[in-house]
Design a protein around this ligand. Structure first.
Ligand code: CA
Length: 220
C-alpha cells in the first residue's frame, strides 16, 4: 500500500488486513520501490501523488524489475487520463474518493486474476528485441517495458502470433477491433504507425496493396 496521506493509508491497510491480506505501507516513491523489491508483494495499491517521485514513476520502476499487479489510486480528471492513457503497467485504477468495499473487491479480483495467470503456461511471442507476454498483456523492447494501449497490444500480439502471415486491413479490423463492416482502414494504419514508433518499425512489415505481417522471430 503506497499512500502518503497517513490517515487514508492506515484505513486502507486496516481494511485489507481484515480481508486476510498481509499489508505493508510506504509513504513515498523511493520507499515504495525499495519495499516492493525487498518484500515482493503479490499486488500493489499505489497512489499517484507521492513525495519523491509520483506513482506513475513507481509503477514504471517496479514493473521493470518484476511484473506485479498494480491498482492505481487517482484524483479525478487528468491524473486518471494519464494512468489510463499511458499504460505504465497498472492493471486497474480507482478514482478518489472510493469506498473501502470497492477497493477490497478490486484487490480480491486482481489477486484471483494473477493467480489464474500464474497457473497458465507462459506464452511469450518474440520478434527481434521485442517480447510480448500475451496472458499478462505486457510488451518489452530490449528488456524495457513499453507502454502500449490495449488496441496497440492486441494488434501487435495478433500479428506476431503468426509471424510472416499477411493480414488485410479488413481482417485486422475484424480480429483486433471486432468490426464486422470492414470500415476504417485508416484506423489500422494509424495504429500500425503507433506500434512501430514504440517497438520498432521492423516488427510489422507492410505488404503493399494488401496489408501487414508480423516479422519472423528469426529476422532479428
Ligand atoms: Ca497522495
Amino acid at each position: 500500500m503506497v499512500e502518503d496521506e497517513a490517515e487514508l493509508a492506515v484505513a486502507i491497510a486496516a481494511r485489507l488486513r481484515s480481508d486476510g491480506h498481509e499489508v505493508q505501507v510506504s509513504g513515498d516513491g523511493p520507499g515504495a520501490v525499495g519495499l516492493v523489491a525487498s518484500w515482493r508483494p503479490d499486488a500493489v495499491v499505489l497512489d499517484v501523488m507521492l513525495p519523491g517521485f509520483d506513482g506513475l514513476e513507481v509503477c514504471r520502476r517496479i514493473q521493470r524489475d518484476r511484473p506485479v499487479p498494480v491498482i492505481m489510486l487517482t484524483a479525478r480528471g487528468s491524473e486518471t487520463d494519464r494512468v489510463v492513457g499511458l499504460e505504465v503497467g497498472a492493471d486497474d485504477y480507482l478514482c478518489k474518493p472510493f469506498s473501502m468495499r470497492e477497493l477490497a473487491a478490486r484487490v480480491r479480483a486482481l489477486l484471483r486474476r494473477s493467480e489464474r495467470l500464474a497457473g497458465q503456461p507462459e506464452r511469450v511471442l518474440r520478434a527481434g528485441g521485442v517480447a510480448v507476454d500475451v496472458p499478462r498483456r505486457r510488451a518489452w523492447v530490449d528488456g524495457r517495458l513499453v507502454a502500449l494501449t490495449a488496441t496497440e497490444f492486441d494488434l501487435l500480439a495478433f500479428l506476431l502470433a503468426d509471424p510472416g502471415v499477411v493480414r488485410t486491413r479488413g481482417e485486422l479490423l475484424a480480429e483486433v477491433w471486432g468490426y464486422r463492416d470492414g470500415s476504417g482502414p485508416r484506423t489500422v494504419d494509424s495504429h500500425v504507425r503507433a506500434v512501430r514508433r514504440k517497438v520498432g518499425a521492423e516488427v510489422i512489415r507492410t505488404v503493399h496493396g494488401i496489408g501487414y505481417a508480423g516479422a519472423d522471430g528469426s529476422e532479428g
